[in-house]
Design a protein around this ligand. Structure first.
Ligand code: GDP
Ligand code: CA
Length: 339
């Protein structure tokens, strides 16, 4: 069985861990066996060049989590991390002081940047990085092209210390908005710089076309899943695949359970609810994305209306708290696909 998952960083990683755990249980042949094959098509909109290094936050979050090498306390980066190099970079005024890159993490970025400079694609560089770990999932960037998410915010500083010009805006990299400002500056718009010339990779398109099941992880609907969907080729591949497409809500009881997806949804005018996100993705029968949708039991009241709108909706526990709950959610998603 071939399972392809569209995923962002942390929500994507937690969901993929559950899927690996569930398939290891039901297909004990393991990685070598041909019984189950998981491919993640991962968001690259958060990627950036920093201090001469290519940083890919979502690919790395997933790689570290599946490798069991992530910092589970802090929620990002490597376990047992030190920050000696970052401190030196800050002393030289290089990089972003608020965007700390741990020493072990820097090893990843140096290796990736080296391979990219040698001419490898991001897909090839990612394959080399992941070779070292036993992930149980093939990681594919959605695109090899550079298309980075920028956030339009109000410009609070006028030219040369003058009062701000009414209505003036500026555009900052997504990571600056997310990490430095903790998504607290109201976002006026999200744009992908370079999206006009970005194309999905042949590997990502094949993973969607050849899948038996496509799952949309409970990832940020705007800047993770939305960004993947905006890459040329992805929506067409999803429309044409014979695989059922099942989405999992990243919103529980009207709140983004971890992270700041609520700020992103508000910026694009979508209500922060499991129902509104499902309607935003849309029923596949009407040109949208979804055949089926999982929302949390606390949101069960919306299931009937969504099902009537053409999205087969079931209510299950959606909190990804540990291996057991994550595996149960993966099972529910696979069951929804075969229903
Ligand atoms: P990021 O790239 O690191 O921001 O991670 P993603 O885009 O993959 O996912 C972030 C989103 O995952 C959050 O904004 C939440 O809405 C969602 N999320 C996080 N933890 C859980 C969970 O336990 N259950 C569900 N259903 N969603 C979650
Ligand atoms: Ca991300």
């Amino acid at each position: 069985m071939k399972i392809t998952v569209l995923a962002g960083g942390v929500g994507g990683a937690r969901f993929l861990m559950g899927l690996v755990s569930e398939l290891t249980r039901t297909h004990p042949d393991g990685e070598g066996g041909s019984t189950a094959e998981i491919t993640a098509v991962v968001n690259t909109g958060d990627d950036l060049w920093l201090a001469g290094l290519r940083v890919c936050p979502d690919l790395d979050s997933i790689m570290y989590a599946l490798a069991g090498a992530n910092d589970t306390e802090r929620g990002w980066g490597r376990a047992g991390e030190t920050e000696r190099v970052s401190a030196e970079m800050t002393a030289y005024g290089v990089g972003w002081p608020w965007f700390t890159l741990g020493d072990l993490d820097l090893g990843t970025h140096i290796a990736r940047s080296h391979w990219l400079r040698e001419g490898l694609t991001l897909t090839e560089a990612t394959a080399r990085l992941t070779e070292r770990w036993s992930l149980g999932v093939r990681l594919l960037p959605a695109t090899n092209d550079r298309a980075e998410t920028h956030v339009t915010v109000a410009d609070s500083e006028g030219p040369l210390g003058a009062d701000p010009v009414a209505g003036a805006t500026r555009s900052i990299h997504f990571e600056e908005w997310w990490v430095k400002h903790r998504a607290a500056l109201p976002a006026l718009a999200f744009t992908q710089l370079g999206i006009e010339t970005a194309h999905a990779t042949p590997e990502a398109l094949a993973a969607i076309a050849d899948a038996d099941v496509v799952l949309i992880a409970p990832s940020n609907p705007v800047v993770s899943i939305g960004t993947i969907l905006s890459i040329a080729g992805i929506r067409e591949a999803l429309a044409h695949t014979s695989a059922p497409i099942v989405g999992v809500s990243p919103i529980i009881s009207g709140a983004a359970v971890r992270g700041m997806a609520d700020a992103c949804l508000r910026a694009i005018g979508v209500e922060v609810s499991a129902e509104a996100v499902a309607r935003h993705y849309g029923p596949r029968t009407a040109g949208g994305l979804l055949d089926a949708w999982l929302l949390d039991e606390t949101d069960a009241a919306a299931a009937a209306a969504l099902s009537a709108a053409g999205i087969r909706t079931s209510a299950v526990p959606l909190w990804l708290t540990d291996e057991r709950t994550s595996a149960d959610l993966a099972r529910a998603a696979l069951d929804a696909a075969s229903a």
